[in-house]
Design a protein around this ligand. Structure first.
Ligand code: ADP
Ligand code: MG
Length: 579
């Protein structure tokens, strides 16, 4: 049974599958692979999904829903006809359409899919995506992060050498940057940065503004209909603009013919405010990844807006070299999802690229605020961009005299006040009856590579309580086994027995050596320790390799030296006997 790969996008969605050793895209009757993520309702007829619905965005805005992925995981409702629908239900309709298209082409029933989601999607958003698939009759075989899918597509094209990549995904409403390291069969996301309000729509808006200004029109004075017409003209002109060409934008508004000229130079100028924002994000991700431009082997351009020639020009200037374009940039993620569906069908695996390799948001608990008792503040436990798995334990004390219990409230987000962050769950535990600041509890946060957050609280009396914040529910028995596995997982590389043994051997050689040799061993040991402590999978692997290589060298030198000594002794004895 076939498994399909799905890119469930904010603006467009598409599906792909693996056949005859290559990825193929699923196209509709018109040969179109992109299905606009738009749902429309036609009274008396029913629902429309895709291009037909998108066309009605302008004419029937109140019966059409778009960009609902931005609100995935929330209870926001879209009213179509006389019923309200959640982003999850609307996504289910898009998924169902993709499933039907795939079944029509593959001539078989499709029940499983690999679905891509943004790396920063939280538990709730992933869980709602899973439910949407369920409603559409699809079991989610696996979630893959969109940048991991793009990196996989890159590896299919350029081979599996070690590479550091920056995935630049510029879509309809969002820009996502991801710093990715690829080695062996690992694709690791080191850091993510992005803007949920920066995409092709903003370029359209800027072009609109330019068109209005050129014609002395005031955007706010235009009627809704005319504004929509200008927006459409802006998008069409943007897409039609080829490198080195120019386009004459023309539209009749209130009986007057309005005109403006668009070429690469003008568009570059129009996009400047957006480019400034992109540059800031670019610097932020380099900082978060503790890296620099020269360490990026390739920047991969992904998303429909990456097709713009001015975007490529801007990135080339920023990077100092040409970015990589893998065919149509808006199909790269689906391509990667299709490739992964193939990998799953063959029973192979790619490690560590699934779900969240890096914690995309800060996780913490609410603590009392000294200056304002009413508003608790967030005390971060696991910081944004921590490499997973991550585990942190901290002690907290009571704020009230003879306080009976502490309610540990768990949040995710970057805001100062807890109320501005996302509430995830709560654990209440009794505390010893003491004066304020004297009774304590210990809170442990553990976040594993499957995006499951485990929070445990222990009080002074040794009583322990825990919650698991995940998509699935586990039985007590499974929970116990899970905890045990986590214990091993949580041993940082520097404390894992095999690495400890390696370091001890190196240290022994260090003590036995002198001069330059000793210095060399010392320097390698520093590098090994630094790598093991870095928390990055590639750095850990490299550190192990360096350590092992030096050990092998030292051990074979020692063997040789012993041979020489041994031979020498024998000879001496022989000579002795000769005498
Ligand atoms: P998402 O990932 O957000 O679902 P896409 O990656 O499909 O979306 O990108 C959609 C955006 O790409 C839209 O804003 C659209 O106007 C823009 N776009 C599509 N084709 C082109 C093109 N040839 N040139 C410039 N922009 C394009
Ligand atoms: Mg996309």
């Amino acid at each position: 049974m076939a498994v399909i790969g799905i890119d469930l996008g904010t603006t467009n969605s598409l599906a792909a599958y693996w056949k005859d050793k290559e990825v193929k895209l699923i196209c509709d009757g018109n040969g179109q692979a992109l299905v606009p993520s738009v749902v429309g309702f036609v009274p008396g007829e029913g629902f429309l999904v895709g291009e037909e619905a998108r066309e009605r965005l302008l004419t029937f805005p109140s019966d059409t829903a778009a960009s609902f992925k931005c609100f995935m995981g929330t209870a926001r409702e879209y009213v179509l006809g006389d019923k309200a629908y959640t982003p999850m239900e609307l996504s289910a309709m898009v998924l169902k359409q993709l499933k039907q298209n795939a079944e029509f082409i593959l001539k078989e029933e499709i029940e499983e899919a690999v679905i891509t989601v943004p790396a920063y999607f939280n538990d709730r958003q992933r869980s709602d995506t899973r439910k949407a698939a369920q409603i559409a009759g699809l079991k989610v075989e696996r979630f893959i992060n969109e940048p991991s899918a793009a990196a996989l597509a890159y590896r299919m094209a350029f081979g599996e050498e070690d590479k550091t990549l920056l995935v630049f995904d510029f879509g309809g409403g969002t820009l996502d940057l991801s710093y990715v390291e690829c080695f062996d069969n690992v694709i690791e996301i080191i850091a993510v940065a992005g803007d949920n309000h920066l995409g092709g729509d903003d370029i359209d808006r800027e072009i609109c503004g330019y068109f209005c200004k050129e014609n002395g029109l005031k955007g706010e004075e235009l009627g809704l209909k005319d504004l929509a017409r200008v927006r459409k003209l802006a998008e069409r002109s943007k897409i039609a603009l080829k490198e080195g060409e120019q386009i004459s934008m023309e539209l009749e508004i209130e009986g007057r013919l309005c005109r403006a000229m668009l070429n690469e130079e003008v568009l570059f100028e129009i996009c400047m405010p957006l480019f400034e924002k992109i540059k800031k994000l670019f610097l932020r991700i380099l900082e978060d990844a503790d890296s620099r431009v020269s360490r990026i082997d390739d920047l991969i351009m992904v998303g429909g807006s990456s097709r713009l020639c001015v975007v490529k020009r801007f990135l080339t200037e920023l990077l100092g070299k040409e970015p990589v374009v893998l065919g149509d940039t808006d199909k790269v993620v689906a391509f990667g999802a299709g490739a992964y569906a193939g990998i799953r069908q063959r029973g192979e695996d790619i490690r560590d690229m699934l779900l969240t390799d890096v914690c995309p948001f800060t996780l913490g608990i609410g603590v009392a605020n000294r200056t304002n008792r009413e508003k608790n503040i967030l005390c971060p436990m696991i910081e944004r961009n921590s490499t997973l798995p991550a585990s942190v334990r901290e002690r907290f004390v009571t704020v009230g005299d003879y306080q009976k219990q502490i309610a540990v409230k768990i949040y995710q987000g970057e805001e100062y006040y807890v109320d501005d962050n996302v509430f995830l769950g709560e654990i209440s535990i009794e505390v010893a009856r003491k004066m304020a600041g004297e009774a304590w509890i210990e809170v442990q946060f553990t976040y594993d590579i499957n995006g499951i957050l485990h929070v445990a609280v222990v009080n002074e009396m040794g009583e322990r309580k825990q919650v698991l914040l995940a998509n699935q529910t586990l039985s007590e028995e499974e929970l116990a086994r899970y905890e045990k596995e986590m214990e091993h997982l949580m041993l940082p590389p520097i404390r894992q027995p095999e690495n400890q043994a390696m370091l001890e051997k190196l240290l022994a050689f260090y003590k036995d050596s002198t001069g330059q040799r000793r210095q060399q061993i010392g320097m390698t040991m520093d590098r090994v320790i630094e790598g093991l402590q870095s928390g990055r999978k590639k750095a850990v692997r490299d550190a192990r390799k360096w350590g092992r290589l030096l050990l092998e060298e030292l051990e074979s030198e020692k063997d040789m030296w012993e041979d020489v000594l041994f031979d020498g002794e024998l000879k001496w004895e022989e000579e002795d006997q000769d005498e």
